[in-house]
Design a protein around this ligand. Structure first.
Ligand code: ATP
Ligand code: MG
Length: 236
């Protein structure tokens, strides 16, 4: 059974439908990239998968034993969030919040988990730095470590490289690949860059407002949706 099963889903706000007829599955180990123009409903779909937004119609289910607690989330960034006044370690540790239970304090194990995830993302040396003093690329790595504290199963990333320079973007993608391939974490990532999406993805969901294409990367590259979007130009 799939981790996420989405069938004929429509999404909207106050009776205005922003995305419709979305049908796709996400299986363990997949790296699904969601692409589409601004306003095509990508972030809205991420919110629906997180259970923060109800669907207007259709079915959206977790499967394979997945629970909401096992879903890590890296939201689309706003400027205010970049100015967060806490240490890197505190930001990452806050990803363990749902494992903390009713205790006021984080256990030794959870503090170690935060350090382990910082290490995985090559950011352990920065643990005592102030988060808001880091570069954009370093901040994204810290937020990725935070999301990893929340899950070992499924990560949702909404435009994680927006605002990063090409070098920081390439480094961030290398980490995404490592997390997916080496740690076996399933990833759903929104990207506005088709070329980046194609270099990473196993599957593509291309949202168009009035429908969507879903399939393997290979099927997408052979599809009319891809040809129409790129005007026949090859990005692969
Ligand atoms: N809270 C909201 N209330 C009403 N309409 C909203 C809300 N959030 C988003 N929308 C509208 O829903 C549509 C889809 O928005 P969404 O943010 O999901 O698009 P997106 O594909 O993520 O766009 P972008 O590429 O710019 O991030 C847009 O027309 C947007 O204006
Ligand atoms: Mg968005």
């Amino acid at each position: 059974m799939a981790l996420i099963d989405c069938k004929n889903v429509s999404l909207g706000y106050e009776n205005r439908i922003v995305a419709q007829d979305l049908t796709f599955q996400v299986n363990k180990g997949d790296l699904l990239c969601i692409v589409g123009e601004n306003g095509s409903g990508k972030s809205t779909l991420i919110k629906a998968i997180l259970g923060l937004k109800e669907t207007e119609s259709g079915h959206l289910h977790y499967g394979d034993g997945l629970t909401a607690k096992q879903v890590g989330y890296l939201p689309q960034q706003t400027t205010a969030q970049r100015d967060f006044p806490a240490s890197v370690f505190e930001v990452v540790l806050s990803g363990c919040l749902s494992s903390k239970g009713h205790s006021l304090f984080y256990s030794k194990q959870l503090r170690q988990k935060a350090r382990d995830n910082l290490e995985k993302l090559d950011m352990l040396a920065f643990q005592n730095h102030c988060y808001r003093e880091l570069s954009g690329g370093q901040q994204q790595r810290v937020l990725l470590a935070r999301a990893l504290c929340a899950t070992g199963t499924l990560l949702l990333l909404d435009e994680p490289v927006s605002g990063l320079d090409p070098l920081a973007t390439a480094e961030f993608y290398k980490l995404i690949r490592r997390i997916n391939r080496d740690y076996g974490i399933t990833i759903i990532m929104v990207s506005h860059d088709l070329q980046d999406a194609l270099s990473l993805a196993t599957h593509i969901l291309h949202m168009k407002g009035d429908g969507a294409f879903f399939g393997t990367k290979k099927a997408y590259l052979e599809s009319g949706v891809y040809r129409a979007f790129t005007g026949g130009e090859s990005h692969a």
